[in-house]
Design a protein around this ligand. Structure first.
Ligand SMILES: [Zn+2]
Length: 120
C-alpha cells in the first residue's frame, strides 16, 4: 500500500479512536488492572428511591454495559489496525491474505477481512 494511503487510513483510525475513548469515558470507567472498559455503576439516589427507580437504574446499567462492550470491541479493532500500520500487514485480509479492497477500507479502515470474507 502507498504511504499516502496508509497515512490517510491512519488519520481516520486515530480520529475514531479519540471519539471512541470519549464515548467510553461518558458511560464507563477504564479498569487499569485488566485494561478493560467497564460500565459505570449506577449512583445511589438515597433511601427514598422506590422500586420503579431501581428497575430503571438496572436497565440503564445493562444498557450501558452493552454499549461499553460494543464500543470496546470497535476500539480493539482500531487499535489492532493501527498496530498493523506501524508493524506491517495493514490492509491484508486475515483469512485469505489477499489485499483488502480500497472501497472496503474507505468504509471501514479497521476492516480485518476482504469483501469475500466479510462474515468470517
Ligand atoms: Zn479474504
Amino acid at each position: 500500500m502507498k504511504k499516502a494511503d496508509l497515512n490517510k487510513y491512519e488519520a481516520k483510525l486515530l480520529e475514531e479512536q479519540i471519539k471512541l475513548n470519549q464515548d467510553l469515558a461518558g458511560i464507563g470507567t477504564f479498569n487499569t488492572e485488566n485494561s478493560q472498559w467497564e460500565a459505570m455503576p449506577t449512583s445511589q439516589d438515597g433511601p427514598e428511591s422506590d422500586m420503579v427507580d431501581l428497575a430503571d437504574r438496572v436497565e440503564d446499567y445493562e444498557g450501558r454495559s452493552e454499549m461499553v462492550k460494543t464500543l470496546s470491541r470497535r476500539l480493539t479493532d482500531i487499535q489492532d489496525a493501527l498496530k498493523k500500520i506501524t508493524t506491517g500487514g495493514y490492509g491484508v485480509c486475515e483469512i485469505s491474505g489477499e489485499k483488502i479492497e480500497e472501497a472496503r477500507l474507505d468504509a471501514n479502515p479497521a476492516a480485518r477481512t476482504c469483501k469475500g470474507h466479510i462474515n468470517e
